[in-house]
Design a protein around this ligand. Structure first.
Ligand SMILES: Nc1nc2c(c(=O)[nH]1)N[C@H]1C(S)=C(S)[C@@H](COP(=O)(O)O)O[C@H]1N2
Ligand SMILES: [Mo]
Length: 320
């Protein structure tokens, strides 16, 4: 028997998506009532020895974003056991098998470069509970599969505004934690660590760009990039960098990890584009995990209306 296979999420905590939707609907309707009913029980809450930071407790009841997709959700088990997170290894099961090695509390985020408010922030100082909302987004991996994921998080633009970028800030760069003690996959040079990603300033400020801290109404599981990850729904999944410890604003375009590893296959933009093939396979269609058959991949992953204007006049075959 393999002793190392701790499931990170106990089976009892996995929520079927139908139940999840019902519960969310119920909560919306009864939010007012629940608040009143909660008052007498505040004594018990105060006695609760497990004191989570405020924002973690709120995740189950944050408002639903109008940007949410209404497609059926991918079930929680698939979202939390079929992962790409090379810091834990290259197999889809590695992140859920090894995720428990990562300690996410406390979590410090270094903000540097072209900002008026650089510094090392505790994650709990960085998050404003009133920013939080739930956004159901499609995630399209460059490997031609996709999922529909209920994230909880906040618009990156809110955070950036608070950090006050200078006029020279043209790009935002993100880095994942480098610590081979917690990330066994970093003992191999599969990619050049730390995992690095970047966005042009207008992409970062677009209202669709999300910083996720939760999934299915709970704090992010480690395998999904706890405690803080980027989600850019119109780009291939690899842009959505996990377990972020550095946010840097700078004037020049950064080189992202996949671009550095295979520049002919992965570009800086990585916009979902069914018309531009990967050199080794087509991007025209995708397999929606949990569903049979394939479906057509949509331009910008279906978010063209909100983001196509960002790339006006650019040759998307060259800027892949
Ligand atoms: N730090 C880091 N972030 C990462 C990756 C990774 O290996 N390391 N994989 C990326 C890829 S290829 C995809 S498809 C998504 C997968 O996110 P999920 O496992 O939460 O579905 O995470 C992205 N973010
Ligand atoms: Mo991916």
């Amino acid at each position: 028997m393999a002793l190392w296979r701790y499931p990170t999420i106990p089976t009892s905590e996995i929520t079927p998506e139908s139940l999840y939707r019902e519960r969310r609907q119920f909560m919306k309707q009864s939010a007012g009532l629940a608040l009143a009913a909660a008052l007498p029980s505040m004594v018990t809450a105060a006695e609760n020895p497990i004191k989570l930071p405020d924002w973690k407790q709120q995740l189950a009841s944050v408002p639903a974003s109008p940007f949410s997709s209404d497609e059926p959700l991918t079930d929680e088990r698939t979202i939390t056991t079929y992962n790409n997170f090379f810091e834990f290894g290259t197999r889809k099961r590695d992140p859920s098998d090894w995720g428990h090695y990562l300690k996410t509390d406390p979590w410090l985020v270094k903000v540097e470069g072209e900002v008026a408010r650089p510094g090392v922030y505790d994650l709990n100082e960085l998050i404003r509970p009133e920013w939080l909302e739930e956004r159901i987004y499609r995630l399209r991996c460059v490997e031609a599969w996709s999922m529909v994921i209920p994230w909880s998080g906040f618009q990156l633009s809110e955070l950036l505004k608070r950090l006050e970028p200078t006029s020279r800030a043209k790009y935002v760069v993100f880095e994942t934690l480098y610590d081979p003690q917690q990330f066994p996959g970093q003992k191999q040079e599969t990619i050049r660590w730390p995992y690095t990603e970047g966005l042009r300033m207008d992409e970062a400020m677009n209202p669709l760009t999300l910083m996720a801290v939760g999934l299915y109404g709970k704090p992010l599981p480690n395998q999904n990039g706890a405690p803080l990850r980027l989600v850019v729904p119109w780009k291939y999944g690899f842009k959505s960098i996990k377990s972020i410890v550095t946010i840097r604003l700078q004037e020049h375009q950064p080189v992202s990890s996949w671009q550095q590893l295979a520049p002919r296959e992965y570009g800086f933009y990585a916009n979902v584009n069914p018309q531009v093939s990967h050199p080794r396979w087509s991007q025209a269609s995708e397999r929606r995990l949990g569903k049979s058959g394939r479906q057509a991949t949509l331009m910008f992953n279906g978010y063209a209306e909100q983001v196509a204007h960002l790339y006006k006049g650019m040759d998307l075959e060259k800027n892949y």
